[in-house]
Write a protein that binds this ligand. Sequence first.
Ligand SMILES: [Mg+2]
Length: 512
Amino acid sequence: MLTDRPSDLLRGFIIVDEGRYVGVGAVLGLLQAANEANRLGSAQLARMAHYDALTDLPNRVLFHKELSEALARARRRDEMLAVLCVDLDHFKTVNDTLGHPVGDALLQVAGKRLLGCVREGDTIARLGGDEFAIVQTGLDDLSGAARLADRIVEAVSHPFDVMGHQVVIGASVGIAAAPSDGDSGDELLKKADMALYRVKGEGRGGFHFFERAMDDRVQTRRALELDLRHALVAGEFELYYQPLFSLGAERVQGCEALLRWRHPARGLVSPADFIPLAEEIGLIVPLGEWVLRQACAEATAWPEHVRLAVNLSPAQFRSRHLVQTVVSALSASGLSPHRLELEITESVLLQDNAANMAVLHSIRDLGVRISMDDFGTGYSSLSYLRSFPFDKIKIDQTFIRDLPHDADALAIVRAVTGLGASLGIDTTAEGVETAEQLAELRTHGCREIQGYFISPPVPAADIAAMLGVAPAARDGGEVTALPPPAGQTSVGPGDLDVVSVSGGSTAARLQV
Ligand SMILES: [Mg+2]
């Protein structure tokens, strides 16, 4: 019976017949050790293939297996089953600000809390990142799934103590049920995910059941995504420019490049519809690079005193190629760095502050100016103004809109222009629509205005005409600046009537 219980035999040999069988015993011992290691090794491999190493919860593979088995059982017993997709809110911020070790520890604790919410027999898995999923079985109706989702949102909302940090996050939950929403695991997961997406869109920290309309929306969005990926190659993007009018020099001294998408079938697509999507699918980086190159090429045709302003997206900072992109756009176009102004929003300083700050300094060292865009809308921490030598603050249009009659808006505008003046930073008012607003801003020392009162965003050819030059060649090709007509170096105040619009709504702003 050597093969059945080799370890007993081995012990027997060693103890009883030590001298005689020691050789055999040693061979058996080695075989036994090797067998044991193999057995342990394959058990460990099997565990690794089915469990998440960080949280020790089932992984995606085991989840799918359990889900299809639960579905088969539910069908036989004529029961309902729910799939819940759980996403931790603001997890990325924790990782970004406190580091991955804290993020990992948080995932472990959060996994335990989630495990504490489910009943025995339900499966909870970590699908990856901060994504968890649950199979809830034996349901009589959907209220049981709603109660579980509620428990999860409540449990995760309590602060976590992780490696000496108190971390507050939250959870968003999307729910799909069988058989009403589908009878395959993939379909249920996909639909629970759509419901989750809706919760996130509505501000997170809650739950939502799948609804058929979500599917339609996702289809529409997918079609838009395909078109968007194609648009850059197909040359469907173009730049509009909105003038920046200097209140000291009394002329247009700059133009902000704003992206437009001319869809072959839909016509002009609202930036509000495609910019967030472009950010999400990672297209914003190549798109932002195209904007920078194209705008620099077009601006070379403008008079020397007219600067070019280009918006940067936080995603472009994450790409790590931003400085190189700026250098190459400048050198390809021949635009002088001091004529380029890059507009950033404070979200750039909020995330990955040190790395982004280094990028900003490198860009400014090139001679390029940096503006703080939409000031007053976010945290608007004054420490940002101390942490980086901004060249310009653009006061958000929401404050300008209520001028001159709203005392609070007026106080804020006065404070920001005063702050700019004492810090040596220029201030620009966005969204100026009336002569009254202009007069008020002038009184308070605002240096520059932008808005429909001066001009809406206009196509490249129109801005070139407004500036008295021929439009530059498109696509960054050979650019020839024509001298402005005699006696006219810029659009003066007298020319403004031609382009001013009174009363019109403020232009949709584009961020790229
Ligand atoms: Mg801007």
